[in-house]
Design a protein around this ligand. Structure first.
Ligand SMILES: [Fe+2]
Length: 402
């Protein structure tokens, strides 16, 4: 099956990232979306609540090299909150913070801390998607409606997913503004360091949800039924068990794999798993990590480390293991370079990938990031899970949560 892109779809949220680049970066596959009951084009935005949006927006500019592109807040007629819109290639983050003491954002923040409130999706037909979602029993949080300003009209709606997370659906085909009606264009005041790359990542590869014990299959089935997503991969039992903690994971995606949502649940083990720790500190199900696609993971990790971002350590034994060396074969950088940067590598029948994980970026041990550089592999680093989780457990132990 071939996938022909209409001109708008080809440029959906991509800026100067081409379709072919995106195919390699996030591992797109051919798919005919004409029969999809809920056709999804792309991630529209990852929307966060932060305890201090002003400073968090600064963090993403300085440490993640993102560009500030739009803003709304008291100065633009929204007294309740501040919202900063940041971009890097096709990836868009929106950082919200409460300004008025009675802002509902602050209630959400009191319970969950900094985190993702909305995995917004770009769709071509909001009404069709909502009609299908409703017929499949989804909770419709916002009915389809138009929002307009001088730059045009956006049609939007929203449905509830796990925890207090939502999917806002956005059709921006009739809109030319910097984000949504009500937002004004705003430029970064942060100056990029001399010689720094234009951006540190090009796209969102996947967004992971942590759900309660026994709820993973419920949400996998929900994404099949409500959004027509397909299964990509699953990891159970020994794949991702260490001596102490275990989890189960399945991955659902839209037809061409542009939007990928792994879903994790804790599995019974001797000690508290990282998923249990997340559920306790987030106070429920929520988005655990966002994987950012880069075509130069060494450059990205170096720039982020120089800005102070901390990554999980990987033991020397991981790199010195002859089994690993035999399994991964030749990759584009010498294994000594991967070891120096603590980057993980995995290979499957389609190719290989390089990946690394940050430590939690906020006060609570909840949300973190992954950097991923794909070379043909459509996987998620299954071969690294055990090595990685042992590294996470060392951090959990230091926090007293193991
Ligand atoms: Fe991941």
């Amino acid at each position: 099956m071939t996938h022909t892109l209409d001109p708008h779809e080809a440029s959906a949220g991509m800026d100067d990232v081409s379709y072919d680049q995106l195919r390699q970066l996030v591992g797109l596959v051919d798919h005919d979306s004409s029969a999809d009951p809920f056709p999804v084009k792309a991630m529209d935005a990852v929307v966060f609540i932060s305890g201090n949006a002003t400073q968090t927006a600064w963090f993403y500019q300085v440490a993640f090299g993102m560009q500030l592109v739009a803003y709304s807040g008291p100065e633009t007629g929204v007294p309740e909150r501040k919202s900063f819109v940041l971009k890097s290639g096709s990836a868009r983050f929106v950082i919200n913070g409460g300004v008025k003491p009675d802002s509902s954002l602050l209630d959400h923040h009191r319970r969950h801390g900094d985190g993702v409130i909305d995995l917004a999706l770009e769709v071509s037909d909001v009404d069709k998607c909502i009609a299908h979602a409703r017929s499949q029993g989804a909770t419709v949080l916002e009915e389809p409606h138009d929002v307009s300003d001088n730059n045009g009209t956006v049609r939007m709606a929203a449905i509830a997913t796990y925890g207090e997370t939502r999917h806002t659906l956005v059709d921006r085909s009739r809109y030319n503004g910097p984000y949504l009606p009500g937002y004004v264009a705003k430029r970064s005041t942060v100056k990029r360091p001399e010689g720094a790359p234009k951006r540190l990542f090009q796209a969102v590869d996947h967004c992971v949800g942590n759900v309660e014990l026994g709820k993973m299959d419920y949400w996998v089935e929900w994404y099949h039924r409500v959004m027509g997503f397909v299964n990509m991969a699953e990891f159970v039992g020994d794949d991702i068990a260490t001596e102490y903690s275990a989890l189960m994971s399945k991955v659902v995606s839209n037809g061409n794999h542009r939007v990928k949502f792994p879903l994790n649940e804790p599995a019974i083990a001797k000690k508290k798993s990282q998923i249990d720790e997340y559920l306790e500190f987030y106070d429920g199900a929520g988005c655990q990590h966002i994987a950012l696609a880069t075509n130069d993971i060494i450059g990205t990790v170096t720039a982020m480390r120089n800005a102070g971002v901390e990554f999980l350590d990987t033991p020397d034994s991981y790199y010195d293991d002859p089994e690993l060396r035999a399994r991964i074969g030749e990759v584009r950088v010498p294994i000594e370079t991967l070891k120096e940067h603590r980057i993980l590598v995995d290979r499957d029948e389609d190719g290989y990938l390089l990946q690394i994980f940050t430590k939690p970026i906020g006060d609570r041990p909840t949300v973190f990031y992954e950097l991923i550089e794909r070379h043909g592999s459509l996987g998620f680093g299954k071969g690294n899970f055990k090595a990685l989780f042992e590294a996470i457990e060392r951090e959990q132990e230091r926090r007293g949560n193991l």
